[in-house]
Design a protein around this ligand. Structure first.
Ligand SMILES: NC(=O)c1ccc[n+]([C@@H]2O[C@H](COP(=O)([O-])OP(=O)(O)OC[C@H]3O[C@@H](n4cnc5c(N)ncnc54)[C@H](O)[C@@H]3O)[C@@H](O)[C@H]2O)c1
Length: 260
């Protein structure tokens, strides 16, 4: 797909980090941007700067997602691109024993379910609704109608201690990529997923510089955290390379996460 001002994109989680970098990279090629995020202040600011539109969307809430697509399509046109970056994690052991008190606890199921709802079901909700909208578009040269990029994590493959919910949610995103690509193949809509390693985003901003450096040193090469622009470059490649479809790609400097 060739990027220009005739194309619009919905970027979930576009108010921050990987989503924001991708929204900026697409806008630099003229693509019209709709930001879907719960962070209204940051989302509005990014959308305004890019000449796009902000939609206050919680990907777990069907009504806000529907309203978001309606607002986005009225403002910038039916999207041909969907970038799914909205997501979060938690760190809780499946079952654990308090060393001092001996108290035994397990992972609260509502906390497990929340992460699945945001990262997995929320991603699928946006894919399904966006794909249905893309199907109303005339195909471009070569029969292509749209391109979707999802964000999993290397935790889909090498999840660490405490990451049962996060890894399950991201593993779900990896697992559904191929069947969704197959579902949408007749309509000319491609779907690919990025598995980022450790990226320098506001998710890590709270960590002291030393901790970030130590994390970066664990990466074989280059020994540093990933730059959100490097994620954006791969997302853009997945959109523009029309032969890339149904693929899950690690972007991680060859890191394989240790148990902790
Ligand atoms: N930063 C990393 O190292 C890293 C590594 C692997 C995977 N990821 C994944 O990349 C994605 C983006 O992460 P990031 O580092 O840019 O984080 P970030 O916190 O900077 O950005 C995430 C954005 O998603 C939004 N968001 C969260 N829950 C939402 C919801 N329910 N509905 C709508 N918006 C919601 C937040 O408001 C935020 O603006 C996440 O899915 C994360 O799991 C990040």
């Amino acid at each position: 797909m060739k990027l220009d001002s005739g194309i619009s994109a919905v970027v979930t989680g576009g108010a921050s980090g990987l989503g924001e970098a991708t929204a900026r990279a697409l806008a630099a090629d003229g693509v019209k941007i709709a930001i879907f995020d719960m962070n209204e202040e940051k989302g509005e600011a990014v959308a305004k700067e890019l000449g796009g539109v902000f939609c206050n969307v919680n990907v777990t809430d069907e009504a806000t997602v529907d309203a978001g697509f309606e607002k986005a399509r009225a403002a910038v046109g039916q999207e041909r691109i969907l970038i799914n970056c909205a997501g979060t994690g938690n760190a809780i052991k499946t079952a654990s024993r308090n060393k001092e008190t001996g108290e035994i606890k397990h992972f609260p199921l509502d906390a497990f379910n929340l992460i699945i709802q945001i990262n997995l079901v929320g991603t699928f909700r946006c894919i399904a609704k966006s794909a249905a909208g893309m199907m109303s578009l005339d195909p471009l040269d070569g029969g292509e109608r749209g391109a979707i990029v999802n964000t999993a994590s290397v935790a889909a493959e090498d999840g660490q201690i405490g990451q049962a919910a996060y890894s399950a949610s991201k593993g779900g995103v990896v697992g559904m990529t191929l069947p969704i690509a197959r579902d949408l193949s007749r309509e000319g809509i491609r779907v690919n997923t990025i598995l980022p390693g450790i990226f320098n985003t506001p998710l890590l901003a709270a960590a002291p510089e030393q901790v970030k450096q130590a994390l970066g040193m664990q990466v074989p090469y280059p020994p540093r955290l990933g730059d959100p622009d490097e994620y954006a470059a791969l997302a853009k490649l997945m959109v523009t390379n029309s032969y890339m479809n149904g693929e899950d790609v690690r972007l991680d400097g060859a890191i394989r996460m240790a148990p902790r």
